[in-house]
Design a protein around this ligand. Sequence first.
Ligand code: ARG
Length: 596
Amino acid sequence: MKPEIFVLPHQQIEKHLQAAVRRVLPEADPTHVLLRPCPDVRFGDYQCSALMALAKARRINPRQLAAGVMAGLDVRAWCESVTIAGAGFLNFRLKTSTLAETLQAAARGEHLFFTKTAAARCIVVDFSSPNVAKPMHVGHIRSTDIGDALQRILRLLGHRVITDNHIGDWGTQFGKLLLGWKEILDRAALERDAITELERLYKVVNAACDADPQRLEAAKHELVKLQAGDAENLAIWKEMTRLSQVQFDAIYNRLGVKFDVTLGESFYNAQLPDVVRDLVARGIARESEGAMGVFSDGSVPPKEDVFLVNRDGEWVADPALVQKSDGGFNYTTTDLATIDYRLKTWSPQEIIYVVDDRQSGHFKKLFATFARWQPEAARRVRLVHVGFGKILGDDGKPFKTRSGETVKLGELMDEAQERAFRVVSEKNAGLDEAQRRTIARVVGLGAIKYADLSPNRQSDYVFSWDKMLALSGNTAPYLQYAYARIQSIFRKAALSHEDRVVAAITLEQPAEVALAKHLLNFGLALETAASEYRPNFICTYLYELAGCFTSFYETCPVLKAESAARQASRLHLCDLTARVLKLGLEVLGIDVLEQM
Ligand code: ARG
């Protein structure tokens, strides 16, 4: 393990605070004694609320504990004051000189207000995971954006991350697709737009199957042949998968999303019979109406039992199915084999699944089944479902096109760029078209991503072009604009980076101090976003940062500062703000522009 580095004042204070706690309560685990930004800046810059829990567990007076800890705490090197507040909070106010020194170290490039974690984990991030032969639609944006942001944040903090796109490339739909391919495929249409043609095949055959049981039998027959390894069907299936992947990749390229591995469901086919056999042998799965399922083992109260549901006041079985009556395997079976493979291949401490909240039942049962199947391994890994809500239209119903169809992701991105182009052209008629197109791409795609990342991921949100493309408010264009505006200050100042590095930072105006304090909290925003799997913390942080910057810029002249030293100091503040904005947007998967 790498030595811990405490470059930031709150880390230094935290270290001393933990030592002080250890002196007063030698038996306590002080690792949860942490500092967070103080919710009300009138009381301090950082706050520690952990002493109250320690006191409660020991039935001692929390204010007394706080007083005892404070008596043995010397943080005068960084703090102007430490106070006990309320029921036993500790509030810390930084010295302005500490702020200035921390900023100066950042200006020298020693840090950017965050440090790599001292406890790096190996984390598999399962996200995006669209299905073959279906277009990626608006529902896939959330998994793709949130998953990509999380993996970027985790990597930045020094974790070892493996991203895995668990493509839906196997399943009963292939029976119908194969039948369609063999009977009604339009080659020219396939060349033009493979997924649209595959989607058409599926729809036509599916309707035919609904109307005619013989067609359904024929489709099932194709599926059985595929599963038995029939060469022709395998070749067609491979081609369908390849063609779909080409389109997925085109979208990922536009979004700037990359995966370390893409191991679709089919990758685990060979393991599935063994998974079921093993579950049965261990008494975890059993037969029921011809199928195989995992049922409640009665080890927890019904309320907490994921294998039970309450129907009209009665608890009834809600098993996790692992094999169908026709011998086919289920989504859960594949996911069990997938966990097994991931643990054996990468030994991760954590696997996170960025998937729609509607699948929360699946993941609860999956995790519970895995814990029963491989209890030893399950203790070593944290399995987390990072769920999210829906995107809604103006009418409060799931977002659809005007004609009521699902919105294709590619088309949505086109429209974002087109709309951004119109806005940019209005504002910047002087720029040539190629420049305006570039700006429109970065702004348009950034706007969609940010609109998706900035709400709490579990709430539904209403999709609104006007809101997401607005140059004011909590939007990507607003933050990109804030960044570009700072770059324009430097163009006007015509100063080289070296000129700035030598200058000292002085903080005198309240707006300067407020901006400096907010800069210092970048790392805490990253850490909270990572530990709660919530990129929206970074959005809020950046939005507030842009607000602090605006207040600073309105009250503290930069280019017209009263002295060269003052100007250089303020230019540092501008530069550090720009760097944090840029990196903060980058971990959200959003680019910045030097000029807008
Ligand atoms: N392909 C699935 C869907 O579109 C999502 C897969 C999520 N990942 C997983 N390991 N189950 O619903």
